[in-house]
Structure formats: C-alpha cells, structure tokens
Unconditional design. Structure first.
Ligand code: BGC
Length: 458
C-alpha cells in the first residue's frame, strides 16, 4: 500500500523537547537543592525567608487502627469541594459524602463569602444526613499553605491553585469557618483539626500500612509531607511532645520560587507562570501538577504548529486558546496503545485539528510524554530526597491526586526513577491513597481525640 507507519517523533521536535528531559545528574542536583530548602524551612533562623516552608502540622501520632467514632469532614482545595460524614470502627469505615460546586466568583470573591458558602453546604449536608442535632467533631482538610500554631489554628500563608479570596491571607481559617457557622446558627460542630491533603493522604495510608511515613499529592496542585523528629522541627512549640515526631507539611509546590530551579525552566514554564493568578509563586507546582500540565503541552503544540512542525503549520482557534488543552487529554492520549491513536484522534477532532496526520499523532504523543515524564521525575527527585533524609530501612509513600491516579504511566515512571536514584538499601513503595482528604480528616480528628483522652488521664 506504500503506507509508512510513523513510529518516531520528528527529529526537530525531539531536539526541541530535549530541554524537558532531565538526566539523573540533573535530578540529583535538584534533589540536593531541595534538601537545602527543607533544612532552611525547618530551622527557626532561616524559616522566614525559606521558600519551602516545612510547616509543622501538630499531628504527632499516626493511626493505629483502633480509632472509632463519627466525624464530619470538609475537603477544600482539590478538584471538588466535599462534605463528608465518616464512621470509623476498628478495621471498618463507612463514608457518605456530597460534592458541592465552588463557583468561580466565590473562588475569587471575599473570604467571608467563601466561608458562608462552605457553612451553607455543611448545613445542607447535616440536614440531609439528619445529624444536625448532634455536635459532631469535624476535621477540615484545607489544601493550601497554612502556618499552623496548633491542631486547630491555621493562618493562611497564601492562596494557590485557582483560589484568590480577599481577606483570608494572614487570618486563621478555623476561626473564619467558626464565625460563618455562627452567623447561620443552625449547625453544631466542633472543629477538632485542620489539615492539609498531604497529611490526610499519609494518615489514610498509615491506617492500613504501618510503614507509611510520607504523603504526596500530584493533583490539581503538588505537595508532600513526611514524619520528622520534633527536635528537627524548630517551629514546633507544642508543650505536649508525646511521640517525639511530627508531620511536616513541606509546601514543596513553592520549591524554585527563589530562582533555584531557573536552570531547568523553559519558555513554556515562564509563559504558564506569567498568565497564572499567582505569578512568581508555586514554581515546582506549575511544572508538575494537573492545573498546569495541559497548558504546558498546549504551549508546545502551539509553538511547533507556528513553526510549521505540526499539523502542516495550520492550527485551530481552540488549539491557540489558553487553557483549552486539558490535563486529562494528556492522560487520555498516553492511554492509547502504542501505535494506536483512538483517544488522540477524538481529542484533536474536538480541537478542530481533523487534518492531523499519522506523524502528527506520533509527535503529539511524544510531547505529552515529555511533559508528564518531567513531572513524574521531578516528583521522584523530591521523594528520593525525603527517603535519604529520613534514613529508615523501609518507607511507604501514600500518594493521591488526579494526575497520579489517572495518568496511565505516572506510577511506573516514579517507581522506576526512585529505584534508580535511591540508595538500594532503602525499601520503598508507592501506595495509592483511598480518599485521603476525607478519611484522613476523620483520622486526624480521631487521633487527636485519643491523644486528648490520654493527656487528661495523666
Ligand atoms: C497547596 C498545598 C496542597 C497541594 C495539593 C498546593 O497548591 O499549596 O497545600 O497540599 O496544592 O493539593
């Protein structure tokens, strides 16, 4: 038939994508810089100017499987806002939840509006579940950088992802939630803990797997947490030093905000940053997470099209529209069997690129792979740094987030790269968390309740 199957991306495209590929020396260098950043974040003297903030979470104990009780949880900061009712009893756990939309005008409105909306959703939920008469303990998963002063005090340091509500930065978000609930007067709750989604993920995995010591999110945003010795966490000032350990919320999405990652950033990264609502902030997050991955790919596609290397030089309005190439497309395109382009054809048609050739399909897939692999390798470099720092023989990493969950190769890419970079005497595994933000919130609240009982009994 004279039909030649294209299997390799165009040499010029491969050449131009080289800047998205890091060898192990570069990844090790990134890991070393990350370690310096962690040390700066943990130490009192350097914390104020550190970019990786390493906030102590005040969660000292991991679950031991004996947690019981009925809890409410709120989960704000991922793809959806959810309210949950969770019942823990030993090995068993039951959960009911409801997703509520947070309209754009609220994400960018005032803090008061945001917390009124959250309180309203909570009120609707407890009425539907007929628990409005009980004063239930509540765990609040709030997935933004919080400077914690205790388990129920969290001062918002900055907004990230798509949020930018006024009058919240610098304030205690637990207090803002309590005030909004107070304004309504129809809901009774007791906020027992405020936590980050990484902590929730670590807790929910630790409930099942006692080697779990690290939590990682590769979703809308990117972040990690790990179990640190209290003596190293100089900001931790709880008088009760029970376990001698504390979970540190790294806020590693901000890694690079001081320019330390400039040597690996590309024009695509700078462009994404320029058009984001928080320019100059969350440098690593913008290279890894789902909020930006699709746009990084789109920018490369746009550039190569304009250079005549893709689609015969003829793009489309949608391809050239900011934000129009969704991160889920990257997962879908890479889910096609090698040599098959079923998902990709549909996506390109949707984008008005019906004229794409077989060579274009190969090229587009290659570009997606470069961007997602870079994300997986950067996340791996951070994990290896933590594994080396913790220096334990066996560590499980609890992971959650839409990119990790839905990208067909993300886990394998990470497993492979961590294996290559990590000291072979450390045994590690990546464990997918089952609803860390929800169940983790209940577990933190339950562990806190257990801790309280212990303290009052002594
Ligand atoms: C936030 C973190 C969060 C991460 C994942 C980042 O933008 O700053 O607090 O853990 O997203 O949701």
């Amino acid at each position: 038939m004279g039909y030649r199957r294209e299997t390799q991306a165009h040499p010029l495209i491969r050449e131009k994508c080289r800047e998205l590929i890091f060898d192990n020396d570069i990844l090790r260098k990134i890991g070393d810089i990350f370690l310096d950043n962690i040390k700066k974040g943990l130490a009192k003297a350097t914390h104020p100017t550190a970019v990786v903030k390493c906030f102590p979470t005040y969660v000292q104990d991991l679950p031991d499987g004996t947690e019981t009780g009925k809890f409410l949880a709120l989960d704000l900061g991922g793809t959806n806002f959810r309210v949950l009712l969770i019942e823990l009893s030993g090995e068993h756990f039951e959960m009911k939840s409801k997703i509520f939309a947070i309209p754009q005008h609220i994400m960018l409105g005032s803090g008061e509006q945001l917390f009124d909306h959250i309180a309203e959703c909570l009120a609707i939920f407890v009425k539907e579940e007929q628990v409005q008469q009980e004063t239930l303990p509540l765990g609040f998963t709030f997935s933004f950088p919080l400077n914690q002063k205790g388990l129920t005090i969290g001062i918002l340091e900055r907004w990230t992802k798509g949020f930018n509500c006024s009058n919240v930065v610098g304030n205690d978000v637990v207090q803002m939630l309590n005030e909004a609930i107070g304004r309504r007067g129809d809901v009774k709750i007791e906020v027992c803990a405020i936590l980050n989604d990484t902590t929730g993920t670590l807790m929910s995995c630790a409930w099942k797997n006692h080697d779990c010591r690290i939590g990682l999110i590769v979703g809308t945003g990117n972040n990690g947490c790990y179990v640190e010795k209290q003596e190293n966490a100089e900001l931790f000032d709880d008088k009760n030093r029970g376990s001698g350990k504390v979970i540190i919320n790294l806020e590693m999405g901000a890694f690079g905000d001081d320019g330390s990652l400039d040597f690996i950033r590309t024009d695509y990264d700078r462009e994404v940053d320029k058009h984001s609502i928080n320019p100059g902030k969350q440098t690593q997050e913008k290279m890894i997470s789902g909020m930006y991955m699709g746009e990084l790919v789109r920018l490369a596609l746009e550039k190569f099209t304009k250079e005549g290397l893709l689609f015969g030089g003829k793009g489309s309005d949608l391809l050239f529209e900011r934000g129009r190439f969704y991160t889920k497309y990257v997962s879908e395109i890479e889910s096609d069997e090698p040599g098959m382009f079923t998902n990709q054809k549909e996506i390109l048609e949707e984008l008005g690129l019906k004229h794409a050739t077989e060579q274009d399909y190969v090229n587009v897939r290659f570009i997606c792979e470069c961007v997602s692999r870079r994300a997986a390798h950067l996340a791996s470099a951070s994990i290896v740094t933590l594994l080396h720092k913790m220096n334990e023989k066996k560590v499980t990493v609890g992971v959650d987030g839409s990119v990790y969950r839905y990208h067909p190769h993300f886990r394998n890419l990470m497993m492979e790269k961590i294996r290559e970079l990590c000291d072979p005497s450390i045994e590690f595994d990546l464990m997918l968390s089952e609803d860390g933000s929800g169940r983790g919130a209940a577990l933190v609240a339950a562990v806190a309740a257990r801790q309280k009982k212990k303290v009052s009994a002594t």
